[in-house]
Design a protein around this ligand. Structure first.
Ligand code: SAH
Ligand code: SF4
Ligand code: F3S
Length: 475
């Protein structure tokens, strides 16, 4: 393919704008009579991509004249943005939606909309239709830009609306965004996935890979930097495929190189990189850049070649560790993090030991580890070599133990060093300390004052623990 990706036409975006304006006019009349504004509440249950989608849904809700609420209880519009990556995520979504029944009973005007990866699957959309009759709107990831139209339709026709998967996945530009933070931001560079790892639901619920136009991305990053954003994360299921769908001679490393030229005081993070096409060029660009954070999130999934093959990951451990070694050669202080799945169908004790050995060899700063969860419609879920739950959990615990020592050692090395930390304000779990993140995305706790939030601080690390660093502001 050499042409550009199909984008939602500007006429279509304009049509959605008209729906937003007309709902906003109705909501203004409501405000005049009731003297309060209708509120919306968004619940986000998935990954960063899902969070970025929620910020657009919130942007559209605001443009429709709704005001944001932190609680579903007083909302007139509830949006549940679901995830399908593991069974736990789906169960959680269903149980939370279950709780909204009472809110609807109290306020029949409430509109409940469910979207995201879980309900893009036909069977989940059907389940909502039959078992959750008070849910008004269900729409899949391909229809996010149509949200205003769906709300308008629900208001005028009163019928329930179901649009799980519209089959056509496009890039939508020009949708209003309501960002959660004024110093950290998400910027999608591409959507969808072509990789079909045998355990993963994402390609079935997000469509094929499509890259955003580079000028749109650069413009968005520039505007964010100009308005004071300090940490911008470029998002895609596999950012290393950026541009491949254009067929042009311009890849993710080129994009990073161009973004890095934007003047300002900020970091660029990106996720996720698929090891099968992480290039030396990308690592070289990072090493010589000014703003690209020295942090590489490179999901390994398993250390066993047999398991990697069965997962359809298209690299072996040797290739994987070659990338890790090259990152460390070029950027000795880079943080490297990874994702690991335990209990993939057919994983033997030797395969699992190979993963433990791989952890010892790769020495990740941190890992995100997951117990394999069969996903309906994926090849691995059909395997008759499923691992019993007790073995999966025992392996999971062993994995965490091995990594704990490695993470601890990688954090101890930082004791006595002064690191640049972006302050996130009071810690969410302990309102007596402040927290922030380093360039390598490590959590740091320290004493500070409210005005530090959203600013870079120089923190002298006094103690490194398994999961966090503790320090003092130096200046
Ligand atoms: N596109 C990213 C991953 C997105 S999903 C990549 O390829 O790296 C985030 C992580 O969830 C994956 O890396 C994997 O470790 C985990 N995951 C995906 N499907 C899973 C499943 N069925 N069971 C358990 N973990 C899973
Ligand atoms: Fe899922 Fe693999 Fe695509 Fe990542 S690369 S989203 S794990 S199919
Ligand atoms: Fe993300 Fe979950 Fe969908 S991880 S892409 S929200 S399945």
């Amino acid at each position: 393919m050499s042409e550009k990706n199909k984008t939602v036409s500007s006429a279509e975006i304009l049509r959605q704008r008209e729906y937003m304006n007309s709902i906003a006019a109705d909501n203004e009349v409501f405000f005049d009579t009731h003297k309060f504004r209708k509120k919306f509440f968004v619940l986000t249950l998935g990954c960063q991509q899902n969070e970025a989608d929620s910020e657009r849904l919130a942007g559209m809700a605001e443009a429709m004249g709704y005001e944001k609420s932190e609680s579903p209880d007083d909302a007139y519009l509830i949006i549940v943005n679901t995830c399908a990556i593991r069974e736990h995520a789906e169960k959680r979504a269903l149980s939370l939606v279950g709780q909204y029944k009472h809110i609807k009973a109290r306020n029949p005007e409430l509109i409940i909309a469910i979207c995201g990866c879980m309900v893009t699957q036909q069977h989940r959309s059907d389940e909502i239709k039959h078992r959750y009759p008070y849910v008004d709107i269900v729409f899949g990831t391909s229809s996010i830009h149509k949200f205003p139209e769906l709300v308008a339709k629900k208001m005028s026709e009163k019928k329930r609306i179901f649009l799980p998967d519209e089959k056509e996945y496009l890039v939508a530009e020009g949708i209003p965004v309501r960002r959660e933070s004024n110093y950290r931001a998400w910027v999608s560079v591409m959507y969808g996935c072509n990789n079909f790892c045998s355990y993963c639901i994402v390609p079935y619920v997000r469509g094929r890979e499509r890259s955003r136009d580079k000028d749109e991305i650069i413009k968005e990053v520039r505007e964010l930097v100009e308005s004071g954003y300090k940490d911008i994360t470029l998002l895609g299921q596999n950012v290393n495929s950026y541009g491949k769908d254009f067929g042009a001679d311009y890849d993710f490393a080129d994009l990073l190189c161009e973004i890095d030229k934007i003047e300002g005081d900020y970091f660029i993070h990106f996720m996720t990189s698929h090891p099968k096409d992480a290039t030396r060029k990308l690592i070289d660009v990072m090493a010589s850049s000014k703003h690209i954070a020295r942090h590489f999130h490179l999901p390994m999934q398993s250390g066993s070649d047999a398991v990697l093959r069965a997962m359809n990951r298209r690299y072996d451990f040797e290739k994987y560790i070659g990338i890790v070694d090259y990152i460390r050669e070029k950027m000795p202080d880079a943080a490297i993090t990874s994702d690991i799945i335990v209990g993939f169908p057919g994983e033997t004790e030797e395969d699992f030991e190979a993963t433990l050995d791989a952890l010892r060899r790769a020495k990740f700063d941190m890992i995100f580890s997951f117990i394999y969860s069969p996903r309906k419609g994926t090849p691995a879920a059909e395997s008759d070599e499923q691992i019993p739950d007790d073995i999966k959990s025992a392996r999971f615990d062993r994995l965490l133990k091995v990594q704990a020592d490695i993470s601890l050692a990688s954090n101890k090395v930082l004791e006595g060093k002064t690191l640049r930390v972006l302050c996130d304000g009071l810690s969410k779990n302990n309102d007596k300390v402040y927290s922030g993140r380093t360039e390598g995305s490590k959590i740091v706790f320290f004493d500070a004052t409210p005005e530090c939030e959203g600013k870079f601080l120089e923190i002298k690390i006094e103690r490194g623990d398994t999961f966090a660093l503790y320090g003092k502001i130096e200046k």
